[in-house]
Every structure is written in structure tokens, then in C-alpha cells.
Ligand binder design. Structure first.
Ligand code: GCO
Length: 488
């Protein structure tokens, strides 16, 4: 009897130490691309779908401009259309596709009955993807909060932990037999920043993307981040408890914090603050079980209500997510505005006169530095690049039926090379998903900012693979390329 008890205790102890899913030791690298439901699907009312907050933002509030809507997007919900798209992805040699499913399709009012038509649609999509030899990476939440739950406070309401867990349990019950790689949530910080933009535009202000929350929005941002991390941890615990097989992670928009060469001590402090809010807040909770002391101290000093309760960060750490999803586009530059004495006035800015894409300066060196930091400072966790990509003004001109997106092509080559240098140095990166497979609906920027490997004529829905698609296919085949492969 004693022997059995001891054995049970040892097994229990081991299981509480090891992550639920020990990743396969040598799995093939996943070469993929990414998209998100609201940005590609259209069909915003099909199959009894409920409204998301983005349907409200664009179709009711017109926050992306008159007539800009997700009602059609790139028609990706249509099977006849997406089968053609899957064929193009297969033609590039993709082995992985990251897509998101829409919460208000699955649960139209957010929490109520499951919508069987939505489940059937996504199960068919996954079947079709796998039939083409492409593995699914399913994002549960890429910002399409059901409008009903948004009206109840969304992520600012601690009940959102329970709401999301319910949704996640429905997703696992219906898709865990088809999918072994899940992204629980995408980019909490960017979603929160876009909510601030929406609030400001609804109040008649310009509402520009800040990335780093200003002092007025720091408390609500930290509260939101904590609730999203706790909701993800709760979903992971449920997944483990139900014995599902598969790996779960979170896709974080990590931005190396930089300053101008002649930075003052105040500028350096501003960069450290930006790093604390946008990077260390998430990474320290996930891998150290604590929120950064400097950010907590500032919040306390300023009397901020951030709803971080004792043990919250420890719960996030105890979830032992199976991998870290990294969305990398560009570093973030910070400075302290003249006259400001408080570090929470720190400002994110775009340096002039440097090679920049829509999302910031083109710095593949910072991609490597970020992967080195994750390896060295955070215990070298398994990583999937869940997004990396770029858009440039004027890079997507359709000329004689072709698109020579040379700048995007060069961006992809230099960033894949940077990632491979980090892997050679020991980073456990197991997949790369380019943002995005297709030109699509870029949130409040509408259809103006193109990021796709595949050009989309938004009027005709015609698809045209770009120069970058052919060069990405060569990288997938294992060719070691330099940016010169893109021509000029
Ligand atoms: C994000 C989102 C994507 C964007 C992409 C281009 O990172 O903001 O995940 O939905 O479209 O990053 O900005």
C-alpha cells in the first residue's frame, strides 16, 4: 500500500512541475502564414453569427471611415473561395496556417448555445486545410469580442475570465480532435490600444495608435492585460483537466525598447518603462510568476486600480503554457517628453529618416536580439513566430498583372535569416507564420495597408501571388537567400 501511495505522490509532484504537454523533441519546422477571422472572413451575418465589437466599430460607428466594413473583407468564409486560397498556400509549400475563429460565430450572444453551423464551417475548413497537407494553428481570440460581452465591460470586467473559459471549453470540445496547436489570445496590448483609439474617435478626437498606453489609460490597460492572462491560464487549466492533447500558447506583440543614440537618462528610463509595460509585464508573469516590480510600484504610487490580486501572476505562471507565440514587426523607440518628470509620460515615437514599414523601423537585428533575450532571460521556452511581416506605401502596385513587392520581399528574407541565426545560437523556435497570407482588412486602417503574400483586388476578389510569395516559397524549400534575391 505504502509503495503505491509514494508512487502516486511522486507522479503528482512531477505532473505539477512538468508542463502539461512536453513538445515533441524533433518536430518538422512549421513554415506558415497567418490571418484573422474579422480581417478575412466577411459573411458578418451568415449562419446566425452574432455581432462582434468590430462589427459595431466599423458598421455602426464607421470608425474606419465611411463605407469601410468587414461585411465582405476577402470573402474567406466562402468555401469555394477559400479552397482556391488553400491551393495557393499549398503551391507556396506552406506546412502550417494560423487562422482565427470568431467567438460570436461559435457563441452568437457570447455565452449562450453553441452555433452548430459555425462549428461545421470551421471543422470543414480544417479538414480542407489538412487535406492540402497544411497543419492548422487555431487562434481562439483575435479581438472579435462578442458585442454583448463588450457591452458588459469586456476584458475590463474580471468576469471575462469566466466568459473566455466557457468559450475556450466549447472550442476545445469541438476542435481538439482536429487541432494540436492553439493560440489562446492575440496581442492583448494592441487590442487594448485599439480600444482606446475607438473611444477617442467616438469622442470626436483623432484617436491615433499609441502602442504604449498614456498615463490616463495605464490603469485600464494593466487591468485588461491581467484579466486576459488569467483568462488564458484558466482556459489552459480546463484543457489539461479534460485531458485534451495539444499545445496552447499566447501570441504577444513583443517590441524591443530602443532610444535615440543621444538618449538622456530620462529617455532611457522611458524605454525601460515601455519595456516594462509592453514586454516584461507579460514575460515576467508567464516565466517568473511575478509582474514587474517597477510597474506595480508606479501603479501603487499613483493609486491606480488595476485589479491585480495576490497570486494572479503566479496563476499565469502555473498554467505552464506550452510555447510562447511571438508577433514581431519592429522595435519601439521611446523618449521622455520635455518637461515631463513622471516616467508614465514616456512617449513611443517613430524615428525619422530610417527604413520603415507601416509597423515601424525595419530592424531584423532586433528580431534576433529579441529571440536571444527570450532564450537567455526567460529560460529558452519553445517559440512559434505567430506573426512577422510588413507593408510599405507603394510596394504593392499591380503592373501588367503582377506585383513586385520588393521591400516586403527583402524584409522577409532578412527577418527569416535573423530568426535562423537565433536558432543556430540555440533558440527553440519551431515555426514561422508570415503576416499575412493575403492583403486584408487592417482594422481602423481599412483596406489601405496591404501586408499579404497574395494580392487581393478588393472589388473583384481576384488573387495574385506577389514576388514575395515566390521568394518565401524558396525559403521554405530551404534555400539560403540574401535580399538580392528580390531584385530591385
Ligand atoms: C496585429 C494583428 C494583425 C495586424 C498585423 C498588421 O499584430 O496588430 O495581429 O491583425 O493586422 O499586425 O498590423
Amino acid at each position: 500500500m505504502l509503495k503505491h501511495v509514494l508512487t502516486a505522490l511522486v507522479l503528482l509532484a512531477a505532473s505539477s512541475i512538468l508542463p502539461a504537454q512536453t513538445p515533441p523533441a524533433h518536430e518538422p519546422f512549421r513554415w506558415g502564414a497567418a490571418s484573422a477571422a474579422y480581417q478575412v472572413e466577411g459573411a458578418s451575418t451568415a449562419d446566425n453569427k452574432g455581432k462582434s465589437i468590430w462589427d459595431v466599430y466599423l458598421d455602426d460607428d464607421h470608425l474606419a471611415g465611411p463605407g469601410i466594413s468587414g461585411a465582405v473583407a476577402i470573402n474567406f468564409y466562402d468555401r469555394a473561395q477559400y479552397l482556391k486560397d488553400i491551393a495557393l498556400l499549398k503551391g507556396m509549400g506552406l506546412t502550417s496556417y494560423r487562422f482565427s475563429i470568431s467567438w460570436p460565430r461559435i457563441l452568437p450572444d457570447g455565452l449562450g448555445p453553441v452555433n452548430p453551423a459555425a462549428v461545421a464551417h470551421y471543422r470543414q475548413f480544417i479538414t480542407d486545410l489538412k487535406a492540402a497537407g497544411i497543419q492548422p494553428m487555431l487562434t481562439l481570440y483575435h479581438w472579435d469580442m462578442p458585442a454583448s460581452l463588450a457591452a458588459a465591460g469586456g476584458w475590463e470586467n474580471r468576469d471575462s475570465i469566466r466568459w473566455f473559459t466557457r468559450y475556450a471549453e466549447v472550442v476545445f470540445a469541438n476542435f481538439a480532435d482536429q487541432v494540436d496547436l492553439f493560440v489562446l489570445v492575440n496581442e492583448p496590448a494592441i487590442e487594448r490600444d485599439l480600444k482606446t483609439v475607438a473611444e477617442e474617435r467616438l469622442a470626436g478626437q483623432p484617436g491615433d495608435l499609441r502602442l504604449l498606453p498614456d498615463a490616463a489609460h495605464l490603469a485600464v490597460s494593466l487591468k485588461t492585460y491581467n484579466h486576459i492572462l488569467l483568462a488564458s491560464a484558466s482556459a489552459k487549466e480546463s484543457f489539461n483537466a479534460k485531458g485534451y492533447k495539444g499545445r496552447l500558447g499566447i501570441a504577444l506583440p513583443l517590441l524591443p525598447a530602443l532610444t535615440a543614440p543621444n538618449a538622456s537618462p530620462a529617455d532611457l528610463a522611458a524605454a525601460n518603462f515601455g519595456d516594462g509595460v509592453l514586454n516584461r509585464w507579460f514575460l515576467d508573469a508567464l516565466y517568473k510568476g511575478t509582474y514587474p516590480a517597477d510597474i506595480l510600484a508606479l501603479a501603487k504610487q499613483k493609486g491606480m486600480q488595476i485589479d491585480v490580486q495576490p497570486g494572479d501572476a503566479a496563476k499565469v505562471h502555473a498554467a505552464h503554457f506550452d510555447y510562447l507565440g511571438i508577433n514581431y514587426y519592429a522595435p519601439a523607440f521611446y523618449r521622455q517628453p520635455a518637461g515631463a518628470t513622471d516616467v508614465s509620460a514616456a512617449e513611443y515615437y517613430r524615428p525619422e529618416g530610417v527604413d520603415s514599414a507601416f509597423n515601424g523601423p525595419v530592424r531584423p537585428d532586433q528580431f534576433k536580439a529579441l529571440l536571444d533575450r527570450i532564450r537567455i532571460d526567460y529560460g529558452n521556452p519553445t517559440v512559434f513566430i505567430t506573426e512577422n511581416g510588413a507593408g510599405f506605401p507603394g510596394d504593392d502596385l499591380l503592373v501588367h498583372g503582377a506585383v513586385r513587392d520588393v521591400r516586403r520581399c527583402r524584409y522577409i528574407v532578412t527577418h527569416v535569416n535573423a530568426m535562423q541565426q537565433a536558432i543556430a545560437a540555440g533558440s527553440d523556435v519551431r515555426g514561422y507564420h508570415l503576416w499575412s497570407s493575403h492583403d486584408n482588412l487592417e482594422w481602423f486602417s481599412g483596406y489601405g495597408g496591404r501586408y499579404g503574400l497574395i494580392y487581393v483586388d478588393f472589388d473583384t476578389q481576384q488573387r495574385i501571388p506577389k514576388l514575395s510569395a515566390s521568394v518565401y516559397a524558396r525559403l521554405i524549400r530551404g534555400e539560403h537567400l540574401t535580399p538580392e534575391a528580390c531584385g530591385n
